[in-house]
Write a protein that binds this ligand. Structure first.
Ligand code: BJW
Length: 232
């Protein structure tokens, strides 16, 4: 491959699957056990905040027993060792990229380990359980919600992401089904001539929009891709 200089990488639930975190849409995935409209919309939180808190408390707890895998570690290595410009955008709300050592990282769908005050809007670290009695440590007033982007809400850092997509010369999507927008449309937001590559266990719904698609496990494909970029 010709040597890229500006790289944007998008990751989805597939990169964390081999660490032991369930994806959303697999047969045993999170949406098999919970209806999206019951746990991942602002309306659901308004209707039954205790149920939504239980869903996210369980997922927050599950982070304690998982570790970054070879794919997360390879992307952190790329950031450390590569001289080009790298922006890592993740749809994942887990902290596995952070723990692997990625720094130039945007969590576009929020973070499980943070909470947001419904009164003052302050976002803060929230490592433990949250419930309807939880109060904001900053203002002392507001009830808290998980710092998660639900359906119908605006994903985070969109300006920075679209700016990077327009300027990059290589865009790579890893372990995402291509079902959820705006992330599924990122490949189409790159400039004409940008090289685009999908790495996934199965072809995504938008695989035909990529110039190249490689299928396999993230823990195999991602370290191999990183070695390719680092060897120029
Ligand atoms: C492996 C692997 C291994 C497995 N190795 N690979 C009608 C048409 C178009 C759009 C809309 C519409 N109606 C509504 C919308 C918009 C809506 C949307 O997209 N809906 C669609 C479902 C139709 N989107 C929104 O509402 C978003 N906001 C929005 O659009 O605002 C307006 C806007 C306008 C203009 C600009 C910008 C914005 C918000 C979306 C919020 C998504 N939230 C969730 C849940 C919250 C977080 C949480 O609880 O964790 O985010 S939904 C869920 O899906 C989660 C994920 O981040 C997201 C994507 O899922 P992902 O990562 O792709 O996982 P899976 O399970 O789908 O796929 C796993 C993949 O991994 C598979 O491909 C496997 O093959 C692969 N894999 N093992 C490699 N070992």
């Amino acid at each position: 491959m010709t040597t890229p200089t500006r790289l944007v990488i998008l990751t989805g639930a597939g990169i964390s699957a081999e660490s032991g975190l369930r994806t959303f849409r697999a047969a045993d995935g999170l949406w098999e056990q919970h209806r999206v409209q019951d746990v991942a919309t602002p309306e659901a939180f308004h209707r039954d905040p205790a149920l939504v808190h239980r869903f996210y408390n369980e997922r927050r707890r599950s982070l304690a027993s998982v570790q970054p895998n070879a794919a997360h570690l390879a992307l952190a290595r790329l950031e450390r060792e590569w001289r080009g410009d790298l922006l890592l955008v993740t749809q994942n709300v887990d902290d596995l990229h952070d723990r692997a050592g990625s720094g130039n990282l945007l969590h576009m769908h929020g973070e499980l380990l943070k909470g947001r005050c419904l009164a003052c809007g302050t976002i803060q670290a929230w490592p433990g359980d949250m419930d309807t009695a939880s109060r904001c440590p900053a203002c002392g007033r507001g009830p808290m919600r998980p710092h998660i982007v639900w359906f119908g809400e605006l994903p985070l850092e969109m300006e920075r992401i679209y700016r990077a997509l327009e300027r990059c010369d290589l865009f790579v999507a890893i372990g995402t089904s291509g079902l959820v927008y705006p992330a599924a449309g990122f490949v189409a937001a790159t400039a004409p001539g940008t090289r685009t590559l999908e790495l996934n266990l199965e072809s995504s719904l938008v695989a035909s929009s990529f110039q190249e698609a490689r299928t396999g496990l993230a823990t195999n494909l991602v370290p191999a891709f990183v070695s390719e970029v680092l060897s120029g």
